[in-house]
Design a protein. Sequence first.
Length: 245
Amino acid sequence: MKNKLSEIRIVLLNTYHPGNIGAAARAMKTMGMNELFLVNPCAFPNDDATSRAAGAVELLEQATIVGSLENAIADCTQVFATSARQTHTFSRPQKSAEQAAQWIKKNNAEKVAIVFGGERDGMSAHELSLCQQILFVPGNPDYSILNVAAAVQIVCYELFKAVGQKNTVIVDSNQGMSVFATQQALNYFYSYLESELKNRHYIREEQNTDTLKKLRTFINRAQPSAKDIGLLQGMIKALSRGSSD
């Protein structure tokens, strides 16, 4: 048994205002969450962050600072990218904050990360491609842009409603084993796939980025398990050996 809330990772990307980091940490603590990762924060540590954190300063002290989203989610098996609104431009599952919380409750053996983009630029296309699902916060369609700390508070509250409160401790499904592949395993597979496709001249330099992006989106949409990735990689190796004989 484990406390699921304490294992859900909140990732803040390129946060510009340090006060938002402190406010996000406070929002997390009020909902029983404590795993905070910061990707390239503009100013941290910072007095504004400490001031806005109030009684959650220990979350700032324990926060992990990394240089890329890939490093922040390497050991995660399911990553949600937050969006201000639901949109038809994303070719992957989209869930409201409440629906995402219910998904996490049901799939409680997965190591989950929820990613929040920077105040100025949000998330890049590459960063979105690293995530399996989109989490959106329903709101006024004419003005749905939330402050990043406010978005963290809403998402953490939905998670607390779903997996916290009186039922803080839950029993893992699947005998405690994650179903989906880790991001580290996926990235290794994508690197291997890219190498083989280039060796077989399927990918040309002028189409490199677009083709790989489409392949990553296609595979991520299927939400492959660790066994699925192992099967695909084994098939590619077998085909490569056969074509070189």
